[in-house]
Design a protein around this ligand. Structure first.
Ligand code: ZN
Ligand code: ZN
Length: 371
């Protein structure tokens, strides 16, 4: 039995509790990871507040850590390895994995139980405890499937690498793979939270010439310049598409990415109006709260614009995580600059409030584990 302090959702209308929980020893192909740093990602809010969440559950899916012990039949992961977590554990053998799309693996994100449908953790009062996306990393230690982690080199800085686990790879991957930014292009990024800051950096690494950032916060626009924005637009001044057209000689941007936590219909309309004929707009943020997707017919017909969705930045997030780690190690990515506040686990509810009110680029919880 493994004991751990963890944040637990017992009631989605109430603050989380921080309590001692118990994990069974790892089953076949499972490992125990001591969490080092866990970042708060906007999709955590949907789990923490969502009426569909099966409680009790430990939330959290964006983190790094060190392997503490391994269960039977574990290959390719050893005690002491540094890892980053993945919210989709690709099987390598299904329809989608075999065609090079592990991001769409039929295992999916799950319902908080492990791959065999059972739970591994319990509360002290004996309730079966689910782990969000089979991870639940707002916990000092977790039992997870071996496929839910990516082993990273021993010299990896676990604090900054935690961001590569979800948000950074989503935003930068969207720029590099889905918008497929080319050298010299003009690129628009709407929303400069963690995902938007990553989209900006991905666009820089791909050779964007003009990089326009849109946000409602002066601080976020300052941050955007840190991450490579050449122009900024304060969205409080109204429809940003007019300004984008001015900046791009009346043509519109070559690529655009919507990176807000919860997208609004008018943002989608402005995004599509901001791009040139033949250009591509990527909806990077979670759009599930929109009941209707307003795509103007003029964007589809003679404007031949492309509008695409995004799941985790590409077909193959683990490949991209290693590329982005290499880029960071060679000094070409600003990850530490994205971390605007560090919390203790006991401050988890405050951290979620700050996330919801857009106060942070990225907030992280430090567990002070082995580094
Ligand atoms: Zn995430
Ligand atoms: Zn698969």
């Amino acid at each position: 039995v493994i004991e751990s302090r963890a944040a637990v959702i017992r009631d989605t209308s109430q603050p989380m509790t921080v309590e001692m929980v118990r994990f069974e020893d790892p089953h076949d192909a499972e490992i125990v990871v001591a969490v080092h740093t866990a970042a708060l990602c906007h999709s955590d809010v949907f789990t923490i507040r969502g009426s569909w969440t099966k409680v009790p559950m430990i939330p959290g899916h964006e983190a790094s850590g060190t392997v503490e012990s391994i269960g039977p039949g574990v290959d390719g992961v050893a005690v002491g390895d540094k890892v980053i977590f993945n919210f989709i554990p690709p099987c390598g053998e299904c329809h989608f994995c075999l065609r090079g799309q592990p991001v769409d693996c039929v295992r999916g994100m799950g319902d908080g139980t492990m791959l065999d449908g059972t739970t591994r953790a319990r509360t002290r009062d004996g309730l079966e405890l689910r782990q969000a996306t089979r991870l639940g990393v707002f916990s000092e230690r977790v039992v997870v499937h071996r496929d839910s982690v990516l082993v990273v080199p021993p010299d990896t800085d676990l604090r900054t690498a935690s961001l590569l686990s979800c948000g950074f790879t989503t935003g930068a991957g969207a720029a590099v793979n889905l918008a497929a930014v080319r050298p010299g292009e003009s690129v628009l990024v709407v929303g400069v939270g963690g995902v938007g800051a990553a989209a900006l950096q991905g666009a820089v690494s791909a050779g964007a010439a003009m990089l326009i950032a849109v946000d409602v916060s002066e601080e976020k626009l300052d941050l955007a310049r840190t991450f490579g924005a050449t122009h900024t637009i304060d969205a409080r001044e109204g429809d940003f598409s007019k300004r984008v057209l001015e900046l791009t000689g009346g043509f519109g941007a070559d690529k655009a990415m919507l990176c807000v936590g919860s997208a609004h219909p008018e943002q989608v309309v402005s995004l599509i109006a901001s791009i040139a004929p033949g250009a591509t707009a990527v909806l990077v943020g979670y759009a599930g709260e929109m009941s209707d997707m307003p795509i103007p017919p003029s964007a589809i017909g003679m404007s031949h614009k492309t509008i695409r969705g995004c799941r985790f930045g590409s077909d193959n997030p683990k490949r991209d995580q290693l590329h982005f780690l290499d880029l960071h190690n060679s000094g070409r990515l600003k990850l530490e600059e994205m971390i605007t506040r560090t919390y203790a686990l006991d401050e988890i509810n405050e951290a979620v409030d700050d996330l919801e009110s857009g106060r942070n680029c990225r907030g992280v919880i430090e567990f002070g584990g082995v580094s």
